[in-house]
Design a protein around this ligand. Structure first.
Ligand code: HEC
Ligand code: HEC
Ligand code: HEC
Ligand code: HEC
Ligand code: HEC
Ligand code: HEC
Ligand code: HEC
Length: 374
C-alpha cells in the first residue's frame, strides 16, 4: 500500500499532511481541539457564525451626531458600513475573524492581496462593539493594514511575497488561498507526515515515532514552543516563525531582546512568557514551564480550584498572616491574590458615548505578593 501517495497535500510542504489526517487516529483530542481557543483563533467569516454577536439593537456605533458605522447584512455578506449624515460612504465586508471570542473578535477584509482591519471589534467584557484597539476615536478608519505577522500567531500558514518598494518600504502580498486558519496540530507538533506513514504501516506500534515528544524536551525548548507566540509582539523576526518546530531554538527566529526577558516592562497581553520569567516561582524552581499549569488539550478555563492545585503541587505549605488567612478560600483560589487580572498597557478600547478608554483585563503571569492583598 502506498500510504504517502494517499495522504492529502499540504501547502506547507512535503513533510506536512494537515489536521484532517491527524484526526483519524487522535479522535478524542481532535474534538476538543476544534473548539479550543487555539483552534478557533482565526477563521473565515460565515454569516451564521457572526450572527451570535449581531443583535438588531446593537448593530451600530455612533462616533458623534454625524458619523456612525453600522453592521449591515446584505445579499453578498455582512458589512461594516460608514455613514456621514445619513449617507453611506464606505462599506467593507467581514472576511476574516481574529480571536476565539474569549475576550474579543477583530475582523479583517481583503483588498486584492492585502488584509485590512475593520473599524469595529467586538468585546466580550461589554458584549458589544467598540472601536478597534489603537484606531482613531473621532472618525471611522478603514486603512490599517494587517500583515502576515498577525497570522504567524493566530494562524498556521500563509504564503507571502515581499517586494522592496523603496529604500525604506517593503510591500507584502499574501495569497488568500494558501491561508491555513487556526493553530493546527502541526503548527504546535511540527510536520507529521512521516509519523502518519509509520503508524499507518505499523498499527501494532503504540510508541510514537517521527514526532517531537514534548516530555523529552529541555525546559528551554518547552518554553520556546509556547514563547513563539506568547512573548509579545515587539520582537523582530529573522525568519518566519511558521517554520518553528518543537525542539528548535527560538533565538534563531527572533532577534535577541535582552530588555524583554524579566526586566523591561512586559505587558500582560500576549507576553505571558516574559511575565512568568520575572517571577520567583520561575526563577527559583528548576522545572516550571507553561505546562506546569496548562495542558493545551484540556479545557479548565475559569476553574481556579484546579489551577490552585497546581500551585499547591509545589507549595504544600505556605506562610500566610492571620489577616490573609481570614480572607478565606485560601486553598481553592490562590490565583486572584497572586495572579490578579490587570489592564493591558497596549490594548484599550473606545465604547460609544464614553469619555475614557475601557480597560482590557488579563491575568498577570508575574506571580508575586501584590500590595492589594494586604
Ligand atoms: C495512523 C494513526 C496515526 C495518525 C494518522 C497520527 N498519529 Fe499521532 N500517534 C499515533 C500513535 C499510535 C501514537 C502513540 C500512542 C499515543 O501516544 O497515542 C501517536 C502519538 C502522537 C503524539 C504523542 C507524542 C508523545 O508525546 O508521546 C503526538 C504529539 C502525535 N501523535 C501527533 C500527531 C499529529 C500532529 C498527527 C497528524 C499530522 C498525528 N499524530 C497523526 C498514531 C497516529
Ligand atoms: C502559533 C501561536 C501559538 C502557540 C505556538 C501557542 N499559543 Fe497559546 N495562544 C495563541 C493565541 C493566538 C491565543 C489566543 C486564542 C484566542 O482566544 O483567540 C492563545 C491562547 C492561549 C491560552 C488561553 C486560552 C486557553 O486555551 O485557555 C493559553 C492558556 C495558551 N495559549 C497557552 C499556550 C501554551 C502553554 C503553549 C505552548 C505549549 C501555547 N499556548 C502555544 C497562540 C499560540
Ligand atoms: C506575537 C504573537 C501575536 C501577534 C503578532 C498578534 N497576536 Fe493577537 N493575541 C496573541 C495572544 C497570545 C493572544 C491571547 C492572550 C493575550 O491576550 O495575552 C492574542 C489575543 C488576540 C485577540 C483576542 C482573542 C480572544 O479570543 O480573546 C485578538 C482579537 C487578537 N489577538 C487579534 C490580533 C490581530 C488583529 C493581530 C495583528 C494586528 C494580532 N492579534 C497579532 C498573540 C499575538
Ligand atoms: C497550542 C499547541 C498545540 C496544538 C494546537 C495541538 N497540540 Fe497536541 N500537545 C501540545 C502539547 C504542549 C502537548 C504536551 C502536553 C504535556 O506533555 O503536558 C501535546 C500533547 C499531544 C499528544 C500526547 C497525548 C496527550 O494528551 O498529552 C497528542 C497525541 C497530541 N498532542 C496530538 C495533537 C493533535 C492530533 C492536534 C490537532 C488536532 C494537536 N495535538 C494540537 C500542544 C498542542
Ligand atoms: C514548579 C513549582 C512551582 C509552582 C507550580 C508554583 N510555584 Fe510559586 N514558587 C516556587 C518557588 C521555587 C518559589 C521561590 C520560593 C523561595 O523563594 O523560597 C516560589 C515563590 C512563590 C511566591 C513568593 C513570591 C515572591 O515574589 O516572593 C508566591 C506568592 C508563589 N510562589 C505563589 C504561587 C502560586 C499562586 C502558584 C500557582 C499559580 C505557584 N506559586 C506555582 C515554585 C512554584
Ligand atoms: C503557575 C501557573 C501558571 C503558569 C506556569 C502559566 N500560567 Fe497561564 N494562566 C494561569 C492561570 C491560573 C490563568 C487563568 C485561567 C483562568 O482564568 O481560567 C492563566 C491564563 C493564561 C492565559 C489566558 C489569559 C487571560 O488573561 O485569560 C494565557 C494566554 C496563558 N495563561 C498562557 C500561558 C503561557 C504561554 C505560559 C508559559 C509562558 C503560562 N500561561 C504559564 C496559570 C499559569
Ligand atoms: C487572600 C489573598 C491570598 C490567597 C487566597 C493566597 N495568598 Fe499567598 N500570600 C498572600 C499574601 C498577602 C502573602 C504575604 C504574607 C501575608 O501577608 O500573608 C502571601 C504569601 C505567599 C507566599 C510566600 C510566603 C511563603 O509561604 O513562602 C506563597 C508561596 C504563597 N502566598 C502561596 C499561596 C498559594 C499556593 C495559595 C493558594 C493555595 C495562596 N498563596 C493563597 C495572599 C494570598
Amino acid at each position: 500500500m502506498n500510504v504517502a501517495g494517499q495522504l492529502p497535500k499540504d501547502i506547507r510542504g512535503e513533510a506536512y499532511t494537515g489536521a484532517a489526517t491527524c484526526i483519524k487516529c487522535h479522535k478524542d483530542l481532535s474534538q476538543s481541539y476544534a473548539h479550543s481557543p487555539h483552534g478557533s483563533t482565526s477563521k473565515p467569516v460565515a454569516d451564521a457564525q457572526l450572527l451570535k454577536v449581531f443583535a438588531a439593537d446593537s448593530n451600530s456605533f455612533l462616533f458623534d451626531a454625524h458619523q456612525k458605522v453600522v453592521i449591515e447584512k446584505r445579499d453578498s455578506g455582512i458589512f461594516q458600513v460608514a455613514y456621514q449624515d445619513g449617507k453611506a460612504l464606505r462599506a467593507q465586508k467581514f472576511d476574516i475573524q481574529f480571536g476565539s471570542g474569549e475576550k474579543a473578535y477583530t475582523y479583517a477584509y481583503w483588498q486584492g492581496k492585502k488584509l485590512y482591519e475593520l473599524p469595529l471589534s467586538y468585546f466580550a467584557a461589554i458584549q458589544n462593539w467598540a472601536i478597534s484597539p489603537g484606531f482613531p476615536r473621532d472618525r471611522f478608519y478603514y486603512d490599517r493594514g494587517i500583515t502576515s505577522r498577525c497570522l504567524e500567531c493566530h494562524g498556521s500558514y500563509v504564503e507571502k511575497k515581499l517586494s522592496q518598494k523603496s529604500a525604506f518600504v517593503i510591500d507584502e502580498e499574501m495569497e488568500k488561498g494558501s491561508l491555513i486558519y487556526g493553530i493546527d496540530c502541526e503548527r504546535c507538533h511540527g510536520p507529521g507526515k512521516q509519523h502518519v506513514i509509520f503508524h499507518t504501516e505499523n498499527p501494532e506500534e503504540k510508541t510514537a515515532k517521527f514526532i517531537a515528544i514534548y516530555k523529552k524536551l529541555s525546559r528551554k525548548q518547552k518554553m520556546d514552543a509556547c514563547s513563539v507566540c506568547h512573548s509579545g509582539n515587539t520582537l523582530v523576526t529573522q525568519k518566519s516563525v511558521f517554520g518553528f518546530k518543537p525542539g528548535d531554538n527560538l533565538d534563531e527566529y527572533y532577534q535577541q531582546d535582552f530588555v524583554g526577558f524579566g526586566g523591561g516592562n512586559p505587558d500582560v497581553h500576549g507576553n505571558q512568557a516574559s511575565m512568568l520569567r520575572g517571577s520567583n516561582c520561575y526563577r527559583k524552581s528548576e522545572t516550571m514551564t507553561c505546562q506546569s499549569c496548562h495542558n493545551t488539550h484540556e479545557s479548565i478555563k475559569g476553574n481556579l480550584t484546579i489551577y490552585s492545585q497546581r500551585c499547591i503541587s509545589c507549595h504544600q505549605t505556605t506562610r500566610h498572616s492571620k489577616a490573609t488567612l481570614a480572607k478565606g478560600s485560601l486553598s481553592t483560589n490562590c490565583i486572584d491574590c497572586h495572579m490578579p487580572k490587570e489592564p493591558s498597557k497596549l490594548i484599550t478600547f473606545q465604547q460609544a458615548g464614553k469619555n475614557d478608554l475601557s480597560a482590557y483585563l488579563l491575568r498577570s503571569h508575574h506571580i508575586a505578593i501584590y500590595p492589594v492583598n494586604k
